[in-house]
Design a binder for this molecule. Sequence first.
Ligand code: F2R
Ligand code: MG
Ligand code: MG
Length: 348
Amino acid sequence: DLSLLRSKFRGSMLGVLIGDCTGSPYDNGDQLTSGMKLVLQKSFDKLEGPPFKAPVMQFTDDSAMTNSLAKSLIDQKELDVVDVAKKFVKCYYQEPNRGYGMGVITVFQKLRGNKFTDISSPAKEQFNGQGSWGNGGAMRVAPAALFSYENYDKLLDTVRNVTQITHTHKVGIDGAILQATAIYQSLRLDPNEELNVINFIDDLICKMNQIEKDEEGLGLSEPQPYKVQLCIVKSLISENDEGLRDEKVIQKLGNSVAALYSVPTAIFCFLRAQKPITGIQTDNPFRRAVQYAISLGGDTDTIGSMTGAIAGAFYGEEKINSNLLQHCEASEEFRILGDRLFELSVAR
Ligand code: F2R
Ligand code: MG
Ligand code: MG
């Protein structure tokens, strides 16, 4: 069904934006108090309620970089890493106050300094040559997953190349692969049928097992860290709702800027929100996923955004409240980018 698939492409792009815009006011690295969780609930209720005039909620680096990547893929009709790098850097210097990661700014400075003649060295030099394991590769990866809709090997190739512009640590790259894979799987599922959450995780475990096995010998103390985290996702998802407290989820999965402690968390939020969650009052499973992700605190804009990208790819635009969208900066632009990527990848 092509119209459902188009809606899923739009949903994923809009999910990135909504999670980022609604999550960034809570992004101070801490857990949310019960009072803040109530504020979050009321805020979503208001944004989804009858239209009212207010300044739009602004997006941050997550959406800015997603936007640049989408535009580059659409303009070039293929992955052109020099063009992507130029767009990232131009966007950063136009609006440097979008809350970028501290390290990544050095990459932008070096890329501008070498006039894009050397794309790969600046990222490799990060953190004394280790490369970044931040979630900045994963947070912007949705357009690469949509662009590679028809071919998983193309997805792996595209994601690796686009991530390495800024993130060369294996854990940073594999986090982006995992996030893209979750979107890829979500696009292929029917939102009108009950999601088999165990199958969804098992498919992710199987793919990450292969990827991490192929990369063994790179010197990590835990050679398959994503497989380990996904097995924890699988065990937590089987626990009953009442007994599963936020503290436990945060302790087991994390909520930080590290890709390893945020991408599996976003996947867990999407899966857990298939059913009602105590303390999150809504019938809408897309909103439930994003609101739950933000309520876990920590890197709220990014975990909200990654959860939104996966949930939007599963449910499609239909489940996204149009009043809420009106309050997000650039929502029409993100919808159009979803359409353009759909036309490029599916309806050529
Ligand atoms: N930067 C933020 N949030 C913090 C403050 C925002 C605040 N509201 C404001 O406006 O001031 N958010 C954004 O950053 C995250 C994505 O970061 P990215 O792109 O991965 O950047 P970076 O700098 O490469 O990595 C992030 C931090 O992780 C630590 N780190 C990474 N690799 C490391 C390594 N090999 N060794 C040691 N530390 C490493 C560093 O602390 C990096 O600064 C998203 O949350 C986005 O929203
Ligand atoms: Mg951000
Ligand atoms: Mg963030």
